[in-house]
Design a protein around this ligand. Sequence first.
Ligand code: ADP
Ligand code: MG
Length: 642
Amino acid sequence: METRAFQAETAELLNLVVNSIYSHKEIFLRELISNASDALDKLRFKALTESSILAEDSELRIKIDLNKEKGTLKISDNGIGMSKEEVIDNLGTIAKSGTKQFFQKMAESKDGDVDLIGQFGVGFYSAFMVADKVVVETKSPFAEKGVKWVCDGKNAYEIEETDREKRGTEITLYLKKDEDDKENSFLHEYKIRSLISKYSDYVRYPIMMDVEVEIPEEKDDEGKVIKEASKTTETKTLNSMKPLWQKSKNEVTEEEYKEFYKQEFKAWDEPLDIIHTKAEGTFEYTALIYIPSRAPFEFYSSNYERGLKLYSKQVFIMDKCADLIPEYLGFVKGLVDSSDFSLNISREILQHDRQLKTIAKNIEKKVLDSLKYMLKNDREKYEKFWAEFGKAIKAGVYSDFAMNKEKLEDLLLFESSKENKLTTLAEYVERMPETQKEIYYAAGKNRKKIENMPQMEQLREKDIEVLYFYDRIDEFASMSLREYHEKPLKSIASDELDITPEEEKKEVKEKKEKLETENKSLFDSIKEVLKGKIDNVRVSERLKKSPVCIVSGHEGLTLNMEQVLNEAGQNMMGAKAERILELNPDHKIFEVVKKLHDDENSKAKFKDYCDILYGQAMILEGLPLDNPTEFAEKISNLMSAE
Ligand code: ADP
Ligand code: MG
């Protein structure tokens, strides 16, 4: 026998499982049964194309054997089994995301929140919560030899090849002494029965156990006992095997739905909503869909694989059928069972399957309906959803607005200047005064930053509500939306805002034109000094207190978007926003700069002032300066001048 050390991370997890978990130990059974069921699914799927691997052993099942004398509990299956490499890979390392995720959560929780395990399950290793030795004997139908794996839950395991011929896996737990002594020991038949009905009733394969049955005494016609009562053992199936999704809604309790969610989808959160639907007619299918309350692990990374499970007549076909759910709803978990799919359908064929597309469309609609309902009837819950998945919905608007605008625009939530809470676009529009024609937004890192933007001054003064965009994706999504119910969405940092009342427009325009003509040479000089940094200089209508601000041209990128693209390394083409420097003609500085400009002897000073004004505008916009050192130097010089 060969001894191998566990990888450090695995050893650490084992140590945790063995030494610090006292509650919910019973879930080890559900974990091992779920693994056995997975192994049977895999075998059944392989057998679709290679029926020979079933050989004579074609009744797929899980079996539990209790041995009170030896203190062992054995779980065996005739599933796919494992080769030696697979045993090393699967049982010697923490490769599975579920386990890794658990481990992370466990490390995060300060006092080793033992309840986590109930929510999570840690897969195979949970066996060590109740056993001080675990032996795995297994054989894959594709491997020559069987394998035996022995481990006492410490830092190493032993492994050897065997002559096992039976396909499948047999896991023997040597129960810890305190476990097997207990009243409530896992060696009691009734305990196992109750655990199976609690956690594993809907497993699609029979879970069998030899149980003791009483044979009643036999009497003859006169009532004389001719045969004493006796006991015998019979092999019984402990689970109903009816898949949960095949039951009708009123047959399933909330608890059962939730338990199923955790098991079937290796989830650890509570679902926010559950959609169980059956379609009859042209296409027949059943779908059971869960909207999670927490983002799945890696959800916001490119490694994340979305998809629903696909079954045909209760036979598992595929784990992550991506075509069943649009990308922006990738966080949704669930399954579809349709009798209309052939069992050995390939991924390629599925992609073009009209029926699959129809089902996908219906599911998308159901999920969106459920979200809309939630938004309307349980705002608090919806906001929880939004905090977790809002980004995904916004990405949906951005990625395919032609398809998704209508569907998603009413699901969006933003903070706004009105109140410190979230608002829908509909609510915003509802509050708009008659005269307001556009929906305004400001993009920035947080509330405070946005409220300090000079561009906010005018809107605040006019008491116009502004939506606050904190997410990088927000502005891109709003660019895709363009408008909501014919009201254009506009950045307060963009060129022209249509907020001057009709009757004042003419006056304001004339004043502006007059100032711009009068100061043409000043503006030209500023433009010259800031060449390459700005594209235009203008008199500002929007500034009240601040001397300057930078705004973007009304077409194309805004400065904020340019920044986001640069930071994400996605600005390959070096796309640039049009930069317009706006000056506040009513500010003292305007006069100062004008004077400097008119004075032949102040050329250098004028240049410095232009640079400082530009720097200020950039800082107020939350944008990085091209040369902070130079900027600081110029300010210092100014301060040290008398
Ligand atoms: P998960 O079930 O999330 O993949 P587990 O820790 O429960 O993680 O199991 C780890 C891996 O060990 C499984 O993915 C599977 O490859 C393998 N495995 C566990 N039990 C069995 C079994 N009874 N038959 C075949 N493979 C198994
Ligand atoms: Mg598992």
